[in-house]
Design a protein around this ligand. Structure first.
Ligand code: NAP
Length: 298
């Protein structure tokens, strides 16, 4: 294997340690950053994500407010809760775990959250601020990917970047961030012609599709940096009844060609929660009129 493996787990652990020390300093000044998480219904995967977020929030010394609502909660009741969190000065970040039950609308739900507390960075306001060069709260996973890229490559100016995937959650904000770093950015998607050829142009290749091992070794430009965002759970080949996670990139093949690559698991995944905490700290500092600590945003 030629490529260096980018250790997102270690990078995220370092970020969490920095966040914990910033939180301790804020607490000494009487300020406690608080993150409120809303879970509507009992989706098992969402339960796991919410539990992880709670643990990580408490570990860095922030206050975690959990709000579990019945699956049949009306939009009016959900919005009343969001309104009360928007107004609560102890709450600096609010996120609603998606998916929500079918009678609720994700777009309207995000729009109800105060953009200054929208730590998932999903609101139209934050997407617009990102696109126009303002002080956005940036969607956590692309923010984490950019931090890994900067750490690995330093200045990204002039690099050819290809992002596969154009979701509002990941692909679009990732492309905006790379553009802000002066990359030449291509966004590929399911209708892109000659996807392997497009990918071969990339000094930075970011895959966020959700199709296991779609990106083959001969799609990767020699020496490229590959960021694998995709997560697909598949049956484990050697352990009957067990599953394992695969990324969008054929790791073994791509690692022979790339200069650096993120693994799945242990690459991008751990950065997402670290960046959620970073966004909560950023939102808290802005709300309190304090400078945002170095390394928390881009
Ligand atoms: P999404 O909303 O389903 O978007 C997937 C994108 O992939 C779409 O833009 C789609 O194109 C494109 N696509 C689908 N098939 C394709 C193909 N054959 N060739 C090229 N492009 C194709 O998913 P998402 O929310 O962005 O997430 C993408 C992946 O990242 C998922 O596996 C998700 O689990 C993972 N993820 C991981 C984290 C983390 O914390 N590590 C966070 C977020 C997401 P069209 O727009 O043309 O349909």
């Amino acid at each position: 294997m030629a490529a260096d493996v980018i250790d997102g787990k270690a990078f995220a652990a370092g970020m969490r340690a920095s966040i914990a020390s910033e939180v301790a300093a804020l607490k000494a000044a009487g300020i406690v950053p608080g993150l409120a998480v809303i879970l509507v219904g009992e989706d098992p995967a969402s339960e796991v994500y919410v539990a992880h977020k709670h643990k990580a929030t408490v570990e860095v010394g922030m206050t975690s407010f959990e709000h579990r609502l019945q699956a049949e909660t009306s939009e009016a009741d959900l919005f009343a809760l969001i309104d009360s969190l928007n107004a609560d000065p102890a709450v600096h970040g609010i996120l609603c775990q998606f998916p929500v039950p079918g009678h609720l609308d994700e777009r309207r739900t995000v729009a109800r959250i105060d953009p200054a507390k929208d730590v998932d960075g999903l609101s139209v306001t934050n997407a617009g601020l990102l696109a126009t060069g303002g002080d956005a709260l940036v969607s956590c996973t692309p923010l984490g990917c950019l931090m890994l890229l900067r750490d690995r490559l330093g200045d990204l100016t002039g690099k050819e970047a290809v992002v596969i995937g154009r979701s509002n959650l990941f692909g679009k904000p990732m492309a905006q961030l790379l553009l802000r770093e002066n990359c030449t950015v291509t966004i590929a998607h399911s209708r892109t012609r000659d996807l392997p050829g497009v990918c071969r142009r990339a000094d930075i290749l970011v895959a966020a599709v959700g199709r296991a091992e779609m990106v083959k070794g001969d799609w990767v430009k020699p020496g490229a940096t590959v960021i694998d965002v995709g997560i697909t759970r598949v049956p484990h080949p050697e352990k009957p009844g067990k599953t394992r996670l695969l990324g969008d990139v054929d790791f073994a093949e791509a690692a022979e060609v790339a200069s650096a690559i993120t693994p799945v698991p242990g690459g991008v995944g751990p950065m997402t929660i670290a960046c959620l905490l970073a966004n909560t700290l950023t939102a808290c500092c802005r709300a309190e009129g304090r400078p945002v600590p170095e390394g928390m945003t881009v």
